[in-house]
Write a protein that binds this ligand. Structure first.
Ligand code: 7RM
Length: 640
């Protein structure tokens, strides 16, 4: 394999926004020593209805960016471009799984978003109210988000793969008053019945007054009179003019739930001005976005990548982007390459897990399409293994496209560590260097910077505009989770190391968070789903390395008296997890065990189980275990 450093081509460099490493270093230096100057200059490219007093007010861990400024995020993603004469430019090139096509200009986007915003207002939604969005990958999902932003409502998008319980948990926490959904969505040719899931979620106590249903799949759904309305009955009948009111820069923009170390996901809160600036600036520089690019991010709007790099970042830049509804393998794994050829995609951003699936599907499917329009590739969601990087570089990039391996999180809002493609040499597997304004370091337990090659905890030592402003309704957990390892530093939860060139390598999570196909899930969430089943008294869940998914879920389960191990029960337990979280959390393996490895204080030592599923053995000291013989018992069960 070819591990050599890859430099951008002379052509790429010549046209890049940042084209020399000296330029990066100079700007980076400024952004760290003089962040106000750097961020004020970048922010002034956007539209503010009232300028800020201060760029940053920082009292760790609370940041206020662009204080007292007034801004409308939707205006920046739409109206700003129309005023600049780009109203006829295509904003979204949408393709449905069945092959339907829609082309939406910035002017049309303004009309659609304004109408939805007026519908929300007519339903009594005012600034600060929460709106839950549970939709497939259709333009209306983006309209709904931008409509919320337009009137200061706070959206909480729930990925369409989550189950009813996940929705009702999020409804209970966010107190959302309105839901935007659709009858269904297409996935691998099948209809995913979203409205039916919403109906089920609404069987739990909730504050939802209205449900607006977009008709996509037409299979027929129940509509509750007085609560449910069809999108097509409401939207065409309201005005297409919704003036953009300015909101305080720190006005909440959205809450996005993400998994942590407990059974319940936490609501990550992002606000307006700083998030807008962060996603705008990172999209511009890291994707080197130009006016004539055709950009495509394959994420789902239900995840942070869809928020920041489908909706807010690209649209704030006035980009033209492809949005695709369905699965990468429908009708086969050639679909993405056909889409790239059809729309002449120049920038392509996807996940390592997808790349590994493409490799497995075979090169023939790539060769069928002309993908020479590509000029830049990106990855996100998990560490990319060098084999996948190498294939992506040579087979998809045809040796011509830099790869930006972008490290970031739901919490960070925007990309934090990634190469700037016109000026940095890249290496397979490294996210390379921190972005402007990101003061990243790797620390040991004592808080000293790790030496070259030494793995430690990744931290961010200064605030940045798109940082989370808190965990919704839980300031205590916010402090403990992110700000308590080292005074005033943000602890990421990932391990990392620096190599001899100063490049950063992310080594993976240090906590009980799994990464399944780039989807973030807590071990505790899957465990609590398992113990919801009558037969289960206790469960421990760990991740096991998986060729395509990165990690797969392995569960160890202790049964209650009166229940017996059987294939049937294992199937039921898997179904239980699917029912309470969604198919993305289905365990690959479940082992019924008589006990779990625990410390004397009763903590499950998942670390040992993780080693066991990975290697088949447990090395090192097990004397801290309450009952060390349990390890041998479990090894035998797994080996069977
Ligand atoms: C954007 C996103 C965050 C976690 C993060 C990491 C892992 C994400 C990379 C990565 C290595 C990358 N948000 N992660 N990107 N690891 N290299 N380029 O995924 O909140 O869902 O997950 O994902 O562990 O902490 S997320």
């Amino acid at each position: 394999m070819d591990y050599s450093l890859k430099s951008p081509s002379i052509h790429f460099k010549k046209n890049a926004r940042i084209s020399s490493i000296e330029e990066y270093q100079e700007l980076y230096q400024e952004s760290i020593t003089n962040p106000d100057t750097f961020w004020a200059r970048e922010a002034s490219e956007l539209a503010w209805q009232k300028p800020w007093d201060e760029v940053l007010q920082w009292e760790a861990p609370d940041a206020k960016w662009f204080t007292n400024a007034k801004v409308n995020v939707s205006e920046n993603c739409i109206d700003r471009h129309i005023i600049a004469g780009k109203g006829d430019k295509t904003a979204i090139l949408w393709e449905g799984e069945l092959g339907e096509k829609r082309e939406i200009s910035y002017k049309q986007l303004q009309v659609e978003v304004s109408r939805v915003a007026n519908v929300l207002k007519a339903k009594g939604i005012i600034a600060g109210d929460k709106v839950l969005i549970y939709m497939p990958m259709i333009p209306e999902a983006a309209f709904a988000m931008l409509a919320c932003a337009r009137i200061g409502a706070v959206h909480t998008v729930v990925f369409g793969g989550f189950a009813a319980d996940a929705i009702s948990d999020r409804l209970a926490d966010s107190q959302a008053k309105l839901i935007m959904t659709s009858d269904g969505g297409y996935r691998r040719g099948k209809v995913i019945e979203l409205k039916a899931v919403v109906d089920k979620a609404l069987e739990q106590p909730n504050c939802v007054e209205s449900v607006i249903v977009f008709e996509r799949t037409k299979q027929g759904v129940d509509m509750l009179v007085g609560r449910d309305d069809w999108y097509h009955d409401l939207v065409p009948s309201v005005s297409d003019d919704c003036p953009t009111q300015g909101f305080d820069s720190e006005h909440p923009l959205f809450i996005l739930y993400t998994s942590g170390s407990t059974g319940k996901p936490k609501g990550i809160l992002h606000t307006s001005g700083g998030y807008l600036v962060g996603t705008y600036v990172t999209s511009k520089y890291i994707f080197d976005l130009k006016d004539d690019d055709i950009y495509w991010c394959t994420a789902d709007v239900g995840w942070i990548t869809g928020h920041s790099y489908i909706v807010y970042g690209p649209l704030a830049n006035g980009a033209t982007q492809v949005m695709y509804e369905g699965a990468p393998n429908y009708p086969d794994f050639g679909r993405f390459w056909e889409i790239i050829e059809r729309y002449k995609v120049s920038i392509f951003y996807t996940a390592p897990t997808a790349i590994r699936a493409f490799i497995k599907a075979g090169d023939d499917l790539v060769d069928k399409s002309d993908i020479s329009s590509l000029r830049l590739l990106g990855t996100v969601g998990e560490p990319i293994n060098p084999e996948a990087w190498d294939w992506y570089y040579h087979k998809i990039g045809q040796g011509n496209c830099p790869i930006v391996d972008t490290w970031w999180q739901t919490e960070t809002g925007a990309i934090m560590i990634a190469p700037l493609p016109g000026c940095m040499d890249t290496k397979p597997g490294s996210a390379t260097l921190p972005f402007f304004g990101i003061d990243a370091d790797i620390l040991d337990e004592q808080g000293n910077t790790c030496s070259t090659g030494e793995v430690g905890k990744l931290v961010i030592k200064q605030p940045w505009p798109s940082m989370l402003r808190g965990i919704y309704k839980n300031p205590q957990r916010f402090k403990e989770q992110y700000w308590s390892d080292y005074p005033n530093y943000y602890t990421v939860g990932d391990g990392a190391m620096r190599d001899e060139d100063g490049c950063i390598w992310i080594t993976g999570r240090l906590d009980d968070v799994l990464n399944i196909s780039g989807h973030r899930l807590g071990t505790a969430e899957v465990e609590s789903a398992l113990v919801e089943h009558d037969a289960v008294s206790e469960a421990a869940v760990v991740g096991k390395p998986h060729d395509i998914k990165g990690e797969s879920i392995v569960a160890f389960v202790i049964l209650k008296d009166g229940f017996e191990d059987s294939d049937e029960l294992i199937i039921k337990l898997k179904a239980q997890v699917v029912k309470s979280i969604g198919a993305l959390a289905r365990p690959d393996e479940i082992y019924i065990v008589p006990g779990l490895p625990k410390t004397r204080s009763g903590k499950i030592m998942r670390r040992l189980l993780k080693e066991l599923v990975k290697t088949g053995a447990v090395t090192g000291n097990v004397t801290t275990l309450e009952d060390s013989s349990i390890i041998d018992t479990i090894i035998d069960i797994v080996a069977l």
